[in-house]
Write a protein that binds this ligand. Structure first.
Ligand SMILES: Cc1cc2nc3c(=O)[nH]c(=O)nc-3n(C[C@H](O)[C@H](O)[C@H](O)COP(=O)(O)OP(=O)(O)OC[C@H]3O[C@@H](n4cnc5c(N)ncnc54)[C@H](O)[C@@H]3O)c2cc1C
Length: 306
């Protein structure tokens, strides 16, 4: 372990852990006064805004080799490829990865919508996930991402959806190190006559960093006779932790895509999506934005192909 003692008394002491077990050990020793840091882009905004205090110690994980890999492909038992993204992979690297662009295009689009290139060259996917409101989350939820953690004793996996629920009620996860984000294989439509609808939208003010009004990710397979074979929806925005819209998915799955379904879909999102309102946009405005984004994409899918 290397320690870089800063000269300014108010600056935190920075520790560079060589592996996950050491990083977790440091965290256990330092308690709340020790914080994991990857790109530091979000932590810095919290300190500057006064929403978090600068800790006495930072545990720098950005140099841990196996956590920086944008992707590693692992074959599953059915000989399909599982994609593992290192938690400390830079957003810019993940965005530029051709495998991710081909198989998980919603993630590529989501990252394109995060901050400016200078930030994406420092910020990591793990930091975005652990912010709990990062713009990558709706895309990762739609892909049913799994988180690979180290808790000091060993590694374990947890679905992203489960962790988002856990994080609402407990801060225990802050003692764990996120090693990687695992993406299960995506089913590409193999049969003639099926088309895939993959859409990610972020609505917000882009010029400066203000939280988005709504972020929506849709992944669906629609047959040539407008039958929705499969559908996954996730929405977030602002300070709302993104979530899957399971009620609306149930309504859409196996249904015929027509005007009356669009109407029911709008009503379902309005009923089951509960974003947090703030000074930029009320809860109702955010709901309507998310509902309109989803319905307008389904409407586009209904139009005859040129
Ligand atoms: C100007 C600006 C614009 C931005 N715009 C956007 C935007 O449009 N959309 C958006 O989603 N975000 C935005 N952000 C927020 C931020 O840049 C991203 O969320 C980024 O991905 C955070 O990654 P990081 O590596 O910098 O995280 P850090 O700041 O290093 O860490 C963030 C949090 O995660 C924890 N952490 C990080 N990695 C791990 C790990 N592997 N294990 C355990 N804990 C860990 C840290 O302790 C901290 O609590 C913006 C930030 C700035 C400064």
């Amino acid at each position: 372990m290397a320690m870089n003692k800063q000269t300014k008394p108010e600056s935190p002491v920075v520790w560079q852990a060589s592996d996950a077990a050491e990083a977790c050990r440091l965290k256990q020793q330092l308690g709340e006064d020790g914080v994991f840091v990857a790109g530091g882009t979000l932590l810095r905004t919290w300190w500057e805004a006064g929403t978090a205090r600068m800790p006495g110690h930072l545990i720098d994980i950005s140099g841990m080799a196996n956590m920086q890999k944008p992707i590693v492909l692992v074959s599953s038992s059915h000989d399909r490829q599982i994609c593992q993204i290192g938690a400390a992979a830079l957003l810019s690297e993940v965005r530029n990865d051709s495998y991710i662009r081909t198989h998980y295009s919603l993630l590529t689009t989501a990252i394109k919508n995060i901050a400016a290139p200078s930030i994406r060259n420092l910020a990591t996917l793990g930091g975005n996930v652990l912010s709990r409101v990062g713009d990558a989350l709706p895309a990762l939820l739609v892909y049913e991402a799994v988180l690979l953690w180290h808790d000091g004793q060993g590694e374990f996996q947890q679905t992203l959806a489960q962790w988002l629920l856990e994080a609402q009620v407990s801060a225990g996860w802050k003692n764990r190190l996120l090693l990687a984000i695992i993406l299960p294989p995506v089913d590409l439509p193999e049969q003639e006559g099926y088309s895939r609808l993959d859409v990610y939208h972020k609505v917000g003010r882009r010029e400066v960093f203000t939280p988005s009004i709504a972020t929506v990710a849709i992944s669906a397979i629609v047959s040539s006779v407008q039958h929705i074979v499969d559908v996954r929806l996730a929405a977030g925005g602002g300070q709302t932790a993104p979530k899957r819209l399971e009620h609306t998915e149930l309504l859409l799955k196996d249904a015929k895509l027509d005007r009356s379904l669009l109407h029911s879909c709008y009503t379902s999102v309005m009923e089951h999506f509960h974003p947090i309102g703030d000074v930029f946009a009320s809860e109702s405005y955010r709901k309507k934005t998310a509902a309109n984004l989803i319905v307008s994409e389904l409407w586009k899918a209904m139009q005859p192909k040129a």
